[in-house]
Every structure is written in structure tokens, then in C-alpha cells.
Design a protein around this ligand. Structure first.
Ligand SMILES: [Zn+2]
Length: 277
């Protein structure tokens, strides 16, 4: 097991992300006696591919500005989260089962409201929001198909078993919602759309929406007080000395999404060309 996997440098990782210093160097500096041995076992940070190109990476950034490529991407290892009718990728499903079980032992009865959603499911969902609220408000509430984290099988919407405050900001004020915010990282999840994050994420506060990024990184993000995954991801990219996607690459992704949208079976001209902005 590598040092990275062991999670020992999680705190150091978080701190160094903010400072922009390679965390491996800090981990070594903290334990000078073991420096020689550690040098060979230095944790490997995420690679360029994992951060910017691999949609199956637990650190994939998916948003309106970072659409999926291909747009109808479907993860390979989906499975049903026990006790729910919803699917997640295997590791995220196991982590969520553990989270729900632990919450239960602490008198917080939580349930899964939604998890994996396919491209076509997201398409019809977004259409529904648009018909109900208009495009502008729908954009603040929901993701156009091909830009949703739910499509990568690493996001889940959680509610109280009582059903009160389902998918509403008041969920964050309930005992269960507070417990979730305080303990999500222990299971590898983050609250993806925090209260003060709309300017960065483009989404209103969603205390119910969890995103799985793995325990080490979730704890590192918490320790780094990164606030949003966008900020944390940018820090990871910087620290890992990888190049972020170029404008041309982002444009190419966007075009592949548009092409798909306008072709059968998804044919949807209603959003307009500039939907992602
Ligand atoms: Zn959600």
C-alpha cells in the first residue's frame, strides 16, 4: 500500500494544495529520518489524464464548462446501492452504503433520492425543468444532458427518510443534513454545491447533492478549505504540474456534445447553440 493510499499525508496534501507546494516534498520534510525510504515510495498525485481527460477518474471535473466527452458517456461499474433503487459506481455505492448505515446508528435516517442518471434521463429531466421554470432558472437548478455529475455515477442526492425538505435548501438546516455535511468526507464524499459557491459552480446551494472523490481527496479538500470542487481541482492541476485543457480542447469537447445533441436519438434543438453558457 502506498503512502498516498494510506491516507497519511491527507492533511499535508490539503495544506500544500493551497500553498501550491508539492505535497510529497512536505511529507518527506515532516519525516526526515525516513526520507530515503520515503523517496522511493512517494505518493503519486493524480495524473494529467485523471484530472482532465479520463471521465472514469474519481477526480473528473464535470460541469457546464467541462462537458463529458463523449457526451453520452456511461460508467462501466455501476451497481445498485443496497436498500435503494438507485445505481452508483461500485466504490461510491459501497461508500454510500457505509455512510447511510453509520448515519442510521446515530439516529439519522437518510435515503437516496437519486444517483446515476443516463444521458437520456438527464435530457428529459432538464427539459421538464425548462418547461416549468424557463431556461435561465432551469440552468441554476439542473444540468443539461452531458454536463451532469449524476451521469458519471459518482453523485447522489440524499434526503431524510421523513421526506421533509427533499431537494430543498432547508435540508441543510435539518439534523440529518448537518450530520451529512459534517461526515460526508469520512466516506469520500463532498457537498458539491455549497451555499456560497454559486458564482463558482453555477448552481444554487444543494446540501443534498453528494459527489464521491475518494476518502483521501475528500479529506484533503476539507483540510484545504477549498470550498468548491472547482477550486480544489484547479489546485490539484497546479500541484500535479499538469497542463489544464486548452481553449481548443474545451471547444472540441463542447462541439462533440452539440453534435450529439442534434442527432437522433437525442435530437433536441430547443436549448439553442449557446446552451452551456
Ligand atoms: Zn444531484
Amino acid at each position: 500500500m502506498s503512502l498516498f493510499r494510506a491516507g497519511i499525508p491527507a492533511l499535508l496534501l490539503g495544506v500544500s494544495l493551497v500553498l501550491g507546494t508539492p505535497y510529497a516534498a512536505q511529507a518527506v520534510a515532516a519525516e526526515p529520518a525516513a526520507a530515503t525510504v520515503r523517496a522511493e515510495k512517494q505518493p503519486k498525485g493524480p495524473t494529467t489524464k485523471e484530472l482532465t481527460k479520463d471521465q472514469s477518474s474519481y477526480l473528473a471535473l464535470v460541469s457546464r464548462d467541462h462537458p463529458l466527452d463523449p457526451a453520452d458517456y456511461k460508467p462501466k461499474d455501476l451497481r445498485v446501492v443496497a436498500g435503494s433503487g438507485h445505481q452508483l459506481r461500485a466504490d461510491a455505492a459501497t461508500a454510500l452504503e457505509s455512510l447511510l448505515k453509520t448515519a442510521g446508528t446515530q439516529s439519522h435516517s437518510l435515503k437516496v433520492l437519486s444517483a446515476y442518471r443516463s444521458y437520456s434521463r438527464q435530457l428529459s429531466l432538464f427539459k421538464g425543468y425548462k418547461a416549468r421554470y424557463g431556461t435561465d432558472y432551469a440552468m441554476r437548478l439542473s444540468a443539461p444532458a452531458g454536463t451532469s455529475e449524476h451521469q458519471i455515477g459518482l453523485a447522489a442526492d440524499i434526503g431524510l427518510s421523513s421526506g421533509s425538505c427533499d431537494l430543498k435548501a432547508c435540508f441543510g438546516e435539518t439534523a440529518g443534513g448537518k450530520w451529512l455535511a459534517a461526515h460526508a468526507a469520512d466516506f469520500g464524499f463532498i457537498i458539491r454545491y455549497p451555499a456560497d459557491g454559486e458564482e463558482v459552480t453555477g448552481y444554487k446551494y444543494e446540501p443534498w447533492h453528494l459527489r464521491y472523490i475518494g476518502v483521501d481527496q475528500a479529506k484533503a479538500m476539507t483540510a484545504a478549505k477549498a470550498g468548491t470542487f472547482e477550486v480544489f481541482h484547479a489546485a490539484l492541476v497546479k500541484t500535479s504540474k499538469v497542463k489544464p485543457l486548452t481553449e481548443a480542447e474545451i471547444k472540441k469537447q463542447r462541439e462533440s456534445l452539440l453534435v450529439l445533441r442534434f442527432l437522433p436519438p437525442y435530437r433536441d434543438w430547443s436549448i439553442g447553440y449557446d446552451f452551456a453558457r
